[in-house]
Ligand binder design. Structure first.
Ligand SMILES: [Zn+2]
Length: 103
């Protein structure tokens, strides 16, 4: 496991993006659609494994909005979406890995 980082600041733009400034001053900006499509909950993981769309579904309100965000312990953040979905917990190490994957 690589060195883990924690956010220093978290900024949610509810109709646009989640921006995290990490404790080593690296800045990550995640578009809401990227976060929603890659939702890490069991239900969405299952959909992706079947090759199905996680979002949008026919009933999904558009544009996508984050209605709220809540810290989960010391290790991640959960987002509540305007389609009612809120079971995904985005762990800091996952978000950080996405950042580094972007190069
Ligand atoms: Zn999900």
């Amino acid at each position: 496991m690589s060195t883990s980082h924690e956010p220093a600041t978290i900024d949610l733009e509810r109709d646009r993006a989640l921006t995290i400034v990490w404790d080593d001053d690296v800045v990550s900006r995640f578009g809401l659609e990227e976060l929603r499509v890659n939702c890490p909950c069991a239900e969405c993981r299952g959909l992706r494994e079947q090759g199905a769309e996680v979002w949008p579904k026919p009933t999904s309100p558009q544009p996508l909005r984050a209605e709220g965000a809540e810290l989960v312990g010391a290790w991640g953040i959960s987002l509540t979406w305007n389609d009612g979905h809120s079971t995904g917990i985005y762990a800091w190490d996952v978000l950080r890995a996405w950042t580094e994957g972007d190069g």
